[in-house]
Ligand binder design. Structure first.
Ligand code: ADP
Length: 472
């Protein structure tokens, strides 16, 4: 494996999870081993001690019934029967001096622990010790006990059986644990990979996404709930980004399209002026037209800035109680003559008071934009009807502006609030395609929205919904 990949692997979450899993499993296994080891060795020692103690008790009984000589011969027989390399006996005086023993050829290094004999004299019934003898693999367990008046028996037993048993136990444990730890690491690795496979899918999709291909989505498996939730959230975020990028692209196209004509006109006028073919009067007219075009462009730029500010929620709006009914009546008074000139009937049914909390100027602009559109896109003869009402169920104030105009294609309906979007049919009329974007941004700033229903050739209904002022 290349070095860089090894480093990458070491840093991966799967690797760290597996490592932790392996470490915790190994530590638990070691603790389990230690526990069983202590349990087994203690048990073996207790069993051995009890056997040695029983033997001493036996000698004690023989001593009491048949005397010391019988004890000596019983001890000899016992050591020969069990094996002289396995067991030895010594009989001592209370002073610690030996006066009889079994064959001690193999036990020469083992002396007499006077301290142990002293403890017996002081009243202890048994004293044990374990000795390690240089050059011999197995340790020796020694027991001391008084078998009669002034006579102490010392018994030694090679612990070779116990040592062999513990060695086998260690070996089995080591093999089993190695296999189990290996399996645990493999299972841990598999589980970590499986759990994180969803994260990897998200990462892979994120890597594959480029600006030109935003259509990819993370597959949802419905297997791991948390990962699926992440995938769903990630996909929703991608949907939003895709919509945003597509919208921005469309907006870019529209801006280019809408800027081209005024800039071309300004350039044309400047060219005529420069050519010297025009009179002073013509030049003044050209300058006036240039200023007009520039004003239109400035208006467009200012509207864009206002939409951006409102969208970002960083507008300069000052929220105060506003009677929306007054705002609508003001718009009707302002646009009445324009509608009349165009041969349209402008009617209204508005209650006296429709209180909302808002910025008066912004609300005036939003209502004006919608009414202006209704007039713009309704051919004569036609009517525009404005109604204001309170939706008590949801505590909203609604103002609906219904026109009998050209209507909007179903396909275009979701797009009309996009910046610079204009339906093809309306390209002939003046405008930048910013009016509705601004109106909706204003509605959003006020915690409301604008809804639209429309059908081609029949007309449109735009409804501005705003939360009603609580105290009203
Ligand atoms: P514009 O400056 O083009 O009026 P708007 O943002 O106000 O920009 O409106 C966007 C587009 O929505 C318009 O170009 C028009 O095609 C469509 N539209 C808006 N209001 C109406 C309406 N009342 N009837 C028909 N079409 C409309």
């Amino acid at each position: 494996m290349p070095f860089a990949r090894t480093i990458k692997l070491h840093r991966s979450l799967s690797f760290r999870l597996t490592l932790w899993y392996g470490i915790i499993f190994s530590l638990s296994s070691c603790l389990a081993f230690l526990f069983f080891y202590v349990l087994i060795t203690t048990n073996l020692r207790q069993r051995l001690d009890s056997r040695l103690s029983d033997k001493i008790s036996e000698f004690e009984a023989i001593y009491n019934l048949q005397g010391l000589e019988e004890v000596k011969s019983a001890a000899l027989i016992e050591s020969q029967a069990a094996g002289e390399k396995k067991i030895f006996f010594r009989l001592l005086y209370a002073s610690g001096v030996a006066f009889s023993s079994s064959n001690m050829t193999y036990w020469q290094e083992i002396g007499i622990n006077r301290n142990a004999v002293g403890q017996l004299v002081e009243g202890r019934s048994r004293v044990y010790e374990t000795l390690t003898i240089a050059g011999r693999p197995d340790r020796v367990r020694i027991a001391y006990g008084i078998i009669g008046k002034g006579v102490v028996a010392q018994l030694g037993y090679s612990m070779e059986n116990d040592t062999a048993f513990i060695a086998i136990f260690k070996k089995i444990f080591l093999i089993t644990m190695s296999a189990l730890i290996l399996t645990a690491v493999l299972v841990g690795w598999f589980m970590a990979r499986r759990a994180l496979s969803g994260v990897e899918a998200v990462t892979r999709t994120a890597r594959q996404i480029s600006e030109s291909d935003l259509s990819r989505r993370v597959p949802i498996t419905a297997r791991h709930e948390e990962i699926d939730r992440l995938a769903v959230t990630f996909n929703q975020m991608l949907d939003r980004i895709e919509r945003l990028v597509v919208g921005m692209r469309e907006m870019g196209d529209n801006i280019a399209h809408d800027l081209k004509s005024p800039v071309a006109r300004i350039r044309g006028m400047a060219e005529i002026s420069m050519s010297g073919a025009s009179s002073i009067g013509d030049d003044l007219t050209l300058a006036g037209s240039t200023i007009e075009e520039c004003d239109r462009l400035l208006d467009m730029i200012n509207t864009m800035l206002m939409i951006s500010k409102s969208d970002a929620g960083a507008g300069d709006e000052t929220l105060e109680p506003v009677n929306l009914a007054d705002v609508v009546r003001g718009a009707m008074a302002l646009f009445g003559p324009l509608a009349e000139d165009k041969g349209l009937t402008l009617s209204g049914d508005i209650p006296d008071v429709l209180m909302v909390s808002g910025d008066l100027k912004m609300l005036q602009r939003a209502v004006a934009n919608i009414v202006d559109n209704a007039i713009k896109y309704t051919p004569s003869p036609g009517n525009i009807d404005i109604r204001g009402f309170r939706d008590k169920d949801v505590e909203m104030i609604n103002v609906s502006i219904t026109d009998s105009g050209i209507g909007i294609d179903v396909e275009n309906l979701p797009k009309i609030f996009n910046r610079f979007f204009r339906c093809d049919e309306s390209r002939a009329t003046g405008g930048f395609g910013l009016g509705l974007s601004l109106a909706r941004a204003i509605a959003h700033v006020h915690g409301g929205d604008i809804h639209v229903e429309s059908s081609i050739g029949v007309g449109s209904v735009f409804t501005l919904c705003l939360p009603q002022l609580q105290s009203s």
